[in-house]
Ligand binder design. Structure first.
Ligand code: BDR
Ligand code: CA
Length: 310
């Protein structure tokens, strides 16, 4: 099993990402750390605990940073609702977060692990950047960072910038410049990783509670997409599970090694991932830039993975 630490801000698509990660059975999930993004840290932490309680997954959860490195927190309640994961009625979590702060937990796990560990961030990169700043000597224990964030050819919070990067661009800049191999599943691919009504009905009829919860999450999530992203023709962009699906089966995707950096001080473009797709700069690529996906395979992978869950 591939050892991973997942850093997320659930979040509807983060929740599905967690279900895929657990349900696939292919990962040794050493920890889940939570980021502030879709909602406040307090809420994303609680949501992560709720999902793990639902999945009956015994994975330690650690609380991450409450604010971006230098900026005020921006949340996406306009997509994810008041609690950050609105839609299904989930019971109070039967788990508590661990005492250790997320950054120290990542350091402890990496120090103690004999193998390198893959980091999977699907929210703003505040925790990962803080970890890299505080423990640079542990960088060599990171196998890869497979993240959801950014976009070469589109944005969703500004015309150019994607939410996770825009919330904490300085953190993203630290991560992309860390010298660790990165896989970037940005909007170029995630706006093709669409879930349609018929997929939602398939999840609903999977016969387990997790299937019902995914369907109820996607019912709520789709409201925003149908209203604000009519270009996607009724589909909702199921962003975050791409970062896990790429680790499971990269052949489902198309990608290209590229040099990527992050704009932190643009007049119009703050938070943009600048992807050198045509290798104009002739710099050594730091990122596997993912731009296309076999959508049917992706939905099937999620469906097959969640069927064995509670
Ligand atoms: C990203 O922002 C969040 O709203 C989603 O969970 C995803 O990680 C998409 O821009
Ligand atoms: Ca997310």
């Amino acid at each position: 099993k591939l050892p991973v630490i997942i850093d997320c801000d659930p979040g509807h698509d983060d929740a599905v990402m967690l279900m895929l990660a657990v349900g696939s059975g292919l990962f040794d999930i050493k920890a889940i750390t939570t980021s502030a993004g879709n909602q406040t840290q307090e809420k994303t932490l609680k949501n992560a605990l709720k999902i793990l309680s639902l999945l009956k997954a015994d994975i330690p959860v650690y609380k991450g940073c409450e604010k971006p490195l230098f900026r005020q927190l921006i949340i996406a309640d306009y997509v994810h609702g008041e609690e950050g994961m609105d839609g299904p009625i989930l019971p109070e979590p039967d788990k508590q977060p661990e005492q250790l702060p997320a950054i120290q937990a990542i350091a402890k796990i990496l120090t103690e692990s004999d193998e390198k560990v893959t980091l999977v961030p699907t929210g703003p990169l505040t925790n990962i950047a803080t970890f890299l700043l505080a423990y640079p000597h542990l960088k060599h224990k990171i196998e890869r960072i497979s993240l959801m964030g950014g976009g070469a050819f589109r944005g969703n919070i500004t015309p150019n910038a994607e939410f996770n990067i825009y919330v904490d661009p300085e953190a993203a800049s630290i991560v992309f410049n860390a010298g660790v191999p990165i896989t970037m599943c940005g909007l170029d691919v995630t706006h093709k990783a669409l879930v349609f009504q018929e997929d939602i009905e398939r999840f609903r009829s999977a016969g387990n509670r997790t299937g019902t919860v995914i369907a109820e999450l996607m019912d709520f999530f789709s409201i925003f997409y149908r209203k604000e992203r009519s270009e996607l023709e009724g589909g909702a962009a199921l962003h975050d599970p791409c970062a896990i699906a790429w680790l499971i089966d990269p052949s489902m995707f198309q990608s290209k090694p590229c040099y990527v950096d992050v704009e932190t001080s643009g007049k119009l473009t703050t938070g943009t991932t600048v992807v050198d797709f045509f290798d104009v700069l002739k710099k050594t690529p730091n990122t596997e830039f993912v731009y296309d996906i076999d959508r049917e395979k992706y939905i099937n992978l999620i469906y097959d993975s969640i069927r064995g869950l509670p």
